[in-house]
Design a protein around this ligand. Structure first.
Ligand code: G
Ligand code: G
Ligand code: MN
Ligand code: NA
Length: 254
């Protein structure tokens, strides 16, 4: 496939870019974290979203190098913010199962944090379900090492798929991201509200913070505030934007 061939040169030619989607802390009403979402600035095709190339990269194994690039790029950004008004910002990166197959990943993250002199607690890692159901022993060991470094761990897309409660027991989870599909109709659909409330209470009782994904309206935000949800993310706050745009956004709406 042509795209796959181009992926080989994408890293060499520095064609990837991280967009950042701000997350609003409902306790302080401040943005002090953002999710990093990768895009590929293709020389002919323009900006390519991750779902068009991440699966390809997972098949070919190039995801290992892309993931390493993401780690470096996130740490470089955190370092750039360290001594300015955004010094309290955290960045959450996404890791897929294939990336955790690489035994060197945790060492790579440690090296990046050291290289850029970034505190580990500034970095969050969002994990999808495959990580908790494949290679469980090895992944648990890798994630424990990562957590011991001080990196925060989040379960992404919680509530869809298998969503076993055992993940919360068996892995050192700090955050749980409730899937967008529960949030979209939360103000009209009692079942979605009941599920979100129950998951939030469960998480809190386990010392886990809750992030609601896909928040698009003020009504949803108010509703989630009343459920004691900790953090909201979605188009209401902002779409994923370039770092410079995020800086402007936070400067103009402190
Ligand atoms: O930004 P959104 O547009 O389209 O992201 C789509 C999907 O791509 C999400 O499920 C997200 O987890 C995944 N994704 C985005 N950035 C990365 C990344 O850097 N690494 C991996 N493995 N997945 C990513
Ligand atoms: O799977 P993951 O949650 O990591 O990916 C986030 C995806 O959700 C990205 O594709 C991002 O662009 C998208 N997204 C973020 N906020 C919203 C939102 O408020 N509404 C919708 N429809 N999509 C969103
Ligand atoms: Mn995510
Ligand atoms: Na998600």
């Amino acid at each position: 496939l042509e795209l796959d061939k181009d992926l080989a040169t994408a890293l060499e030619q520095d064609q990837f870019v991280l967009h950042l989607q701000p997350q609003l802390d409902l306790n302080t009403m401040e943005v002090n974290s953002a999710e990093a979402l990768i895009r590929w600035q293709h020389p002919q095709r323009g900006l390519i979203p991750p779902f068009e190339f991440i699966p390809l990269a997972e098949e070919s194994g190039r995801i290992t190098d892309i993931g390493r690039w993401v780690v470096m790029a996130a740490c470089r950004q955190l370092a750039a913010w360290r001594d300015g008004p955004l010094s309290r910002m955290k960045i959450a990166i996404n890791l897929s199962g294939r990336e955790l197959d690489n035994e060197d990943l945790v060492d790579h993250i440690q090296r990046a944090l050291t290289l850029f002199q970034v505190d580990a607690s500034r970095l969050e890692v969002e994990l999808t379900e495959e990580i908790f159901i494949q290679n469980i022993e090895r992944n648990r060991n890798q994630l424990k090492r990562l957590h011991d470094l001080g990196v925060l761990l989040a379960i992404d897309d919680f509530g869809v798929g298998y969503s076993s409660l055992a993940y919360l027991r068996d892995f050192p989870v700090d955050l749980l991201k409730i899937d967008r599909s529960f949030i979209t109709n939360i103000t009209e659909c009692p079942d979605d509200a009941i599920i979100t409330r129950a998951v939030t209470n469960l998480a809190h009782n386990l010392g886990v913070k809750v992030v609601a994904e896909g928040v698009e309206t003020e009504e949803q935000l108010e509703f989630l505030k009343n459920l004691n949800c900790d953090v909201v993310q979605g188009y209401l706050i902002s779409r994923p934007v370039e770092a410079t745009q995020l800086e402007i956004l936070l400067r103009d709406n402190p």
